[in-house]
Design a binder for this molecule. Sequence first.
Ligand SMILES: [Mg+2]
Length: 413
Amino acid sequence: MSASQTSSHVPSEPSESSDIPTLLVKIFGKDRPGITAGLFDTLAAYSVDVVDIEQVVTRGRMVLCALVTAPPRGLDGDLRATVHSWAESMKMQAEIISGLGDNRPRGLGRSLVTVLGHPLTAEATAAIAARITRSGGNIDRIFRLAKYPVTAVEFAVSGVETEPLRTALVTDAAVLGVDVAVVAAGLHRRAQRLVVMDVDSTLIQDEVIELFAAHAGCEEEVAEVTAAAMRGELDFEQSLHARVALLGGLDASVVDKVRSEVRLTPGARTLIRTLKRLGFQVGVVSGGFTQVTDDLKERLGLDFAQANTLEIVDGKLTGRVTGEIVDRAGKARLLRRFAAEAGVPLSQTVAIGDGANDLDMLNAAGLGVAFNAKPVVREAAHTAVNVPFLDTVLYLLGVTREEVEAADAHEEV
Ligand SMILES: [Mg+2]
């Protein structure tokens, strides 16, 4: 028996149905209960089968597209007349187009392009869509993920590989003033299970060492060294020691003061709460200090936290750190360690950070997100978010604002 004979017995092979006559029935008009049931009730009289259905509602107007098998010979005209007459009675518009088969098979290479705008302009949307087309991609589907605090839409694109599409779109995004994330479509996206975040200027709005420095009266000196380190101009470990030394002699009671001064980034709680509900594990790695990250871990219910530790002797900061130094390489190492402990492959991790010392971690993760990052980081990361809301990262994972709010509302009941 030949291979082709064998496969002809597989009942679910779609190739057989690819050139059967089909009817595309499009209904457009004011959305109200009963339209979908009414259309299919009307079609049911002709014993047709459903091949595909898509329905969208935008500001109260619905477009319902039903692709059905053509009715038995001779009944086509009758079906058309009945559907039009039903549509008219419902004050809807109907269009019926005869054809063959289903959608054309989608091209190889499937990607999801998430566009975040604040606002999302028609000009930027046109430019993104044109770039997708010029890259050889076809837009199969467009879907709104969120209208608040940003407008977020997702384009499902086929026919072009993810990497070249990302390169092309990320370059455009910076010019257009929108954020664009391009990820490969597929099961792995639903399986991302560990998110690791930087702390200073990512999870929180502050640089913790600057909060300590304010109490030590050496704010300006420390801020200068921090900025140079984050621009990648200074070795992180040297700059860490130099800055911590400036804190020597400070009373240990400032630790509590600094903890109370830390301001979470808008959307931080929503992001973490939603990720936990989705079954993600969430961790932080910081070039800052365990004196603050341990507190954040406790307050936010994080699974992992690691940072440098300020040495305290006789109730005073010594101006030294103890233990393993968390620097640029250390952050990537900790991402791997957390992933191993969580039982999650690196390809299913998401890392978020803003500084040069986050780059190794962002590149090691399955998805690296530069969050309001310095240009050097933004250019090297998979994707960049430049709006100041941390929960917008959820949209990059395909979670909609409605889902977030519905989950919150459910919890409150
Ligand atoms: Mg940072």
